[in-house]
Unconditional design. Structure first.
Length: 257
């Protein structure tokens, strides 16, 4: 897929939780094609000491309003600068990067498992699945109820199960402890979030004999496979997450050894 370097304009910035922000960006021309699971690299300006772009998963594409939605966690100086931007500000974006999820393998009962800001690419994925006549099931986890974001939007796409570590919403515990994993059989599993969570989901899928794809969140710099910052050890050798991923079939990773 062709890559584009664009100056996009902030249409709105919305704070969703203590550290999560939704950025809605637009362009005077139609936005290029983007796939669920791909990401963008954003240039960070006016922030001393920050020289590298920040990789952000594509959260949603609103074609009717020509908007790119990005879900950003303000955890460092670069992402805090992004979340401080307001209507009319401009961000330089390199997109669309990486390989997306395999929509054609989903089957009729896919499960989408996300934790924290890892829920970001699952919304566009769920939207595409629903457009294809497939209703997804979501299993979303967070530390507390306050850290769960956009739950009503996900419920607009399919069934939503929740977990929180403190039990303040949904079932208490981790996503891999949720009863939804024992109450139903799934045709395919997609996951994104903290690595320990994804490893646990991949092992569940392996034992259940279900194919699983994970969107990795390795540290990235260039987004093009040149700097080798994001290399992941796989059964096919060392691969760049930004170029060969970020989505991998978990059977190709070294997680089930």
């Amino acid at each position: 897929m062709r890559k584009h370097l664009l100056d996009l304009t902030i249409k709105a910035t919305q704070q969703l939780s203590r550290q999560h922000f939704l950025l809605r960006l637009t362009s005077p021309t139609p936005l290029p094609d983007m796939l669920p699971g791909q990401f963008v690299e954003l240039r960070i300006d006016n922030t001393p000491g920050v020289m590298l772009r920040r990789p952000i998963s594509i959260h949603n594409i609103d074609r009717e309003n020509n908007e790119l939605w990005l879900l950003v966690a303000a955890v460092g100086s670069g992402t805090r600068w992004l979340c401080s931007l307001g209507r009319g500000d401009t961000v330089n974006c390199l997109l669309s990067l990486g390989n997306g999820f395999s929509l054609d393998k989903s089957g009729e009962h896919p499960l989408l498992v996300g934790g924290g800001v890892g829920v970001a690419p699952l919304y566009l994925l769920g939207s595409k699945l629903k457009d294809n006549g497939i209703e997804p099931t979501f299993l979303l986890g967070a530390r507390t109820a306050q850290d769960l974001i956009q739950i009503d939007m996900f419920r607009g796409l399919g069934t939503v199960h929740l977990t929180t570590e403190d039990g303040s919403a949904g079932e208490r515990g981790f996503v891999t402890q949720h009863s939804a994993l024992s109450d139903a059989a799934y045709s395919f599993i997609y996951t994104c979030g903290p690595k320990p969570m994804m490893v646990a989901v991949a092992r569940y899928a392996h034992l259940a004999g279900v194919q699983c794809e994970a969107s990795l969140e390795n540290m990235m710099a260039c987004g093009l496979g040149a700097c080798l910052c994001c290399v992941e050890k796989t059964r096919h050798g060392n691969l760049c997450v930004c170029k060969d991923g970020p989505v991998f079939n978990t059977e190709s990773l070294m997680w089930n050894d």
